[in-house]
Write a protein that binds this ligand. Structure first.
Ligand code: NAP
Ligand code: MG
Length: 485
């Protein structure tokens, strides 16, 4: 198939960067243990950089085993009183946290974009508001646990160890901390190495909300910090979001112990377009599905399955739309695609794209000028992809879409389910019956119809197969944090 480069628009947007002079980052951040910022026993620090500029933003502490132990002891001590508080009192703290997140939303959004590279319009309109909404939502459950599980007694499980990734730092923190606290547990949370800053601002918010000391403890660090949490004998539950490889390691390590476990791992989700779909709307959904957050999304619609009869015109529309995407400064309000989170992740993406070319797929990248410094990758779509290609099977976690075609709904289902993962799927069609039939046959935790990447605190999220187990969000999200008698 010949690939024509669509013409560029004849005008440019003026730069519209967010100001960063209305807040001050600390030069060095300590650990947040027992309600205070304290120096790490390890005496080690690491720099977190802005991936758009490669400049150091701050130094954060590296927690070692002794630091993790201090955090767990603080959480255990706090559990004795926090778990006994009336639900309505716990709710009050969660509402307060939600309100402070809203009040500090601008600062949080800017720091999130600077530390991780995501466009400000996403951190401002998606990450931070939904993080606040999670606290608000689970505050509502805190005094209703008695009614959530009729004829059963629900009690908290104890100290939760929570390990989160770098793609939605504050949002993943909220997904984990809000239900844990609502149910009466206390937590030790480890943010990812490359994006620790909003978790440290959240620690300040806990102080501002006068949350009792030890209920939330934040241990920044590296993978060995997470491993120390997984191995700690006094942690009752591990909640992990991240790569399938680390998830498997955690599952092996916790097997045979009393630790409870939930895993939210990777995905290779199919976004399926039928010939009766409203094509322009579907193009927007495909774009959103794969280029939102540079494709650093566990449920990214990274496999486009398009019905053969419309494949050629659909890809033409898609390429034309891709040529309009603006790649660049994450703090610019008109940016669609920001910086790749780290040099390592950029390298991974480049290797996958090389493999796609070597294995015979056809690549399209619109002409786009990438900044000189920082980590960048242009929006990329592959056509002529076969199911055996690595780019069709493995999670790339970048702005790279692989296109496959199908003729019948049965073939679409077979191809969509032909993956070790099972996190999400999207269906684009005019027919309600087609949506219901497809949703019944797809092995995916979330199925979106004529939309994609819609998140809401009331809606459960989680996977099948190697995408993990356990649900976060909604009533389902209470289960991992409760013992039911
Ligand atoms: P990762 O290594 O799984 O990191 C996720 C979290 O686990 C981070 O906080 C990480 O800490 C921590 N961690 C790493 N090794 C650990 C260990 N042995 N024990 C306990 N905790 C450990 O993911 P990544 O390397 O950042 O990303 C690699 C791939 O994971 C991506 O390409 C993508 O495919 C996938 N991923 C999926 C999601 C998702 O939402 N499902 C999110 C991120 C990444 P450090 O950051 O300090 O190493
Ligand atoms: Mg960073």
């Amino acid at each position: 198939m010949a690939v024509n480069t669509p013409p560029r628009l004849g005008f440019e947007y003026a730069p519209a960067p967010e100001a960063t002079d209305h807040f001050q980052l600390a030069g060095v951040y300590k650990l947040f243990l027992d309600g205070e910022f304290v120096a790490p026993a390890s005496e080690q620090h690491l720099a977190t950089i802005n991936p758009a500029t490669e400049e150091t933003l701050a130094e954060v502490s590296v927690a070692n085993e002794a630091d993790v132990d201090r955090a767990v002891k603080a959480a255990r001590k706090a559990f004795a009183t926090w778990s006994k508080l009336p639900g309505s009192t716990r709710a009050r703290y969660l509402f307060r946290i939600s309100r402070i997140i809203q009040e500090r939303a601008r600062e949080l959004a800017i720091v999130e974009s600077m530390d991780g590279g995501k466009p400000i319009k996403e951190s401002r309109d998606v990450d931070i508001p939904i993080a606040a909404a999670h606290f608000h939502y689970y505050a509502g459950w805190a005094d209703k646990l008695e009614w959530a599980f009729p004829n059963r007694k629900a009690s908290p499980i104890g100290v939760a160890g929570q390990i989160i990734p770098w793609n939605f730092p504050l949002l993943m923190l909220a997904w984990k901390i809000a239900p844990a606290l609502a149910c009466g547990n206390t937590v030790v949370l480890k943010p990812a190495r490359t994006t620790p800053l909003t978790a440290l601002l959240f620690a300040q918010i806990c102080q501002q909300a006068e949350l009792p000391p030890g209920v939330v403890n934040i241990v920044t660090g590296i993978s060995s910090t997470g491993a120390a949490m997984v191995a700690h004998p006094d942690i009752d539950k591990i909640a992990f979001t991240g790569s399938t490889d680390v998830g498997k390691y955690i599952m092996r390590t916790t097997a045979g112990t009393r630790k409870r476990l939930t895993l939210e791992l990777g995905g290779k989700s199919a976004n399926i377009v039928f010939d009766d779909a409203p094509l322009d709307q579907a193009v927007e959904g495909i774009i959103n599905g794969i280029f939102f957050n540079q494709g650093h999304v566990c449920c990214a619609g990274s496999r486009l399955l398009v019905q053969e009869s419309i494949a050629a015109p659909f890809l033409d529309k898609l390429r034309a739309r891709m040529a309009r995407l603006r790649v660049g400064n994450p703090l610019d309000k008109n940016t669609d695609i920001g910086a790749i989170n780290s040099a390592d992740q950029l390298q991974t993406i480049k290797e996958y794209v090389e493999s796609g070319i070597t294995e015979g797929a056809e690549i399209f990248q619109p002409p786009c000028e990438l900044p000189k410094r920082g980590f960048w990758f242009p929006p990329t779509v592959f056509s002529n992809v076969s199911q055996s290609h690595r780019i069709a099977r493995e999670e790339i976690f970048g702005p790279v879409l692989s296109t496959l075609t199908f003729r019948t709904p049965e073939e679409a289902v077979a191809k969509a389910n032909n993956t070790p993962y099972g996190l999400a799927a999207g269906i684009w069609t005019d027919k309600g019956s087609q949506i219901l039939w497809m949703a019944q046959h797809l092995n995916a935790g979330v199925v979106w119809a004529n939309t994609y990447n819609r998140f809401d605190p009331t809606s459960p999220f989680g996977g099948y197969k190697e995408s993990g187990f356990g649900r976060e969000g909604g009533w389902h999200g209470l289960h991992p944090y409760l013992e039911l008698h």
